[in-house]
Ligand binder design. Structure first.
Ligand code: SF4
Length: 447
């Protein structure tokens, strides 16, 4: 039914088997003479498409038959008896993501510069990655196979971009017809099978805010706790997405959204015992407001979507300050450098670093890096590029530069515009320390 959504990526998903990339020495895999490059085709006669299949089909079984295509082309059938919980010691190739078939008004791909690296335009829509990494899917083109797999393998939770429960509005936002926009049956099927849903709304001024948003939150809240939470995050417009149907986010609009949603949240907390519908940090910061208290966020169900990150960061920072009070840094003079961040978070960071400097004698300076690549409307550190950092060079002070680890590609020492970190360091003429919060805490407090 949804064959138009089949892309080369899907073809690869359907390739036979999954390739082993590593075999840990001394493990069952090594004993079975499995090697990198071998493909596991079947477990107990059932086809394996990727490592999730392998995990699902082999997990918990003590007697197994593996069908393996050796890298030399030979096929092996291996009978195995293993101890309870004994690990194979195998690593597998990454999942090749399935691509989406939508044409969202606000798609980040439309916001890329014309010369952006192809990887920036990859539009994944994959229930496996949703389960594994919290990537959002719209479910508009999920196939029957995929649906069965979610249910059978219990790929829970699933993160779903709902945007609006009003079908006309959802169809308009996703650039699909209303029949495809309607995912009510698919959601119901997942929920009936015990799959937990975390929903997302990308809020576009004048399109899915106001009454549409209120209705969306209410409709989803009616399914609580099967729908566990809703993250409401603002549209992000780069200088390249100039679609006239989209209106940029303003501080006044953010304040209005906070007012309207706060009323809903109070009512939901009283009714459900959970805030349930959470606003993205960006909405509070753009509004010039403080973020809500710790208790507002519960167990931070959608922190990766920028919901509660600031509160969580403040909490971690407070813990660091308590540690520093008990055990100040041995050599505060070694803490003289610049800490880079996006323009949105810079005021919060400046406040926190100011306190840290005052308490410890460190001389750290926060530098707000304007986004020249995507445009000044893009304000988060994770989308900072090497070019943006170089443009802020004049503001750097001290003996080193701290770059937030979110600005680095997860698997390579490269930034979004392809700038290599070693080259950036050379051009800055200062050592670059790529740190997450833990790394930053270690740098300041040691140990
Ligand atoms: S679903 Fe995501 S990737 Fe696909 S068009 Fe919409 S925003 Fe872009």
């Amino acid at each position: 039914m949804y064959e138009f959504a089949v892309t080369p990526a899907v073809t690869q998903i359907r390739r036979r088997g999954v390739t082993i990339t590593e075999v840990a020495p001394g493990t069952l895999g090594a004993e079975l003479e499995l090697e990198p490059g071998d493909r596991v085709l079947r477990v107990n006669g059932r086809a394996v498409r990727d490592y999730l299949d392998f995990r699902f089909q082999a997990g918990g079984e003590t007697e197994l038959t593996l069908g393996v295509l050796k890298r030399g082309g030979e096929e092996w059938e291996i009978e195995i008896e293993r101890g309870e919980g004994e690990d194979f010691g195998l690593q597998f190739e990454n999942i090749v993501p399935r691509q989406c078939a939508n044409e969202c008004l606000f798609c980040f791909c439309k916001g890329n510069p014309p010369d952006a690296r192809p990887a920036l335009s990859f539009r994944d829509e994959d229930v496996r990655l949703s389960f594994l990494y919290g990537n959002y899917t719209t479910l508009t083109s999920i196939t029957e196979d995929e649906m069965r797999r979610v249910v059978e393998q219990r790929l829970t939770p699933q993160y779903v971009s709902v945007h609006a429960t009003d079908l006309k509005v959802r169809a308009h936002l996703l650039g699909v017809d209303e029949r495809r926009a309607d995912i009510s049956e698919k959601l119901r099927r997942m929920m009936d099978a015990g799959i937990e849903i975390h929903a997302q709304v990308v809020l576009c001024p004048g399109i899915n805010d106001g009454e549409v948003l209120r209705r969306t939150v209410e409709d989803l809240a009616a399914e609580y706790p099967r729908v566990r939470s809703v993250a409401v995050v603002p549209l992000g417009l780069t200088r390249y997405n100039t679609d006239e149907r989209l209106t940029p986010v303003t501080p006044e609009w953010c304040r209005k959204i906070i007012r309207e949603v706060a009323a809903l949240q109070r009512e939901l907390r009283a009714r459900l015992g959970s805030t349930f519908a959470f606003l993205g940090d960006e909405i509070y910061l753009r509004a010039g407001r403080g973020v809500p208290a710790r208790a507002h966020y519960g167990d931070y169900p959608q922190i990766e979507d920028g919901v509660g990150m600031v509160r969580s960061f403040r909490e971690e920072f407070a813990r660091l300050m308590r540690r520093l009070e008990k055990r100040p840094p041995r050599d505060p003079s070694s803490l003289r450098g610049s800490v880079l961040t996006g323009t949105l978070f810079a005021p919060v960071m400046t406040d926190l670093i100011g306190r840290l400097n005052a308490r410890t004698g460190a001389r750290l300076k926060v530098v707000a890096v304007e986004n020249r690549y995507f445009g000044p409307e893009i304000v988060v550190a994770g989308l900072m590029t090497g070019g943006c950092v170089l443009a802020a060079r004049e503001q750097l002070e001290g003996d080193f530069v701290v770059l937030p680890s979110s600005a680095r590609k997860s698997d390579e020492p490269v930034m979004l515009d392809g700038a290599r970190l070693d080259e950036l360091e050379r051009q800055l003429g200062l050592p670059l320390r790529v740190l997450d919060f833990e790394g930053f805490a270690r740098m300041v407090a040691g140990g």
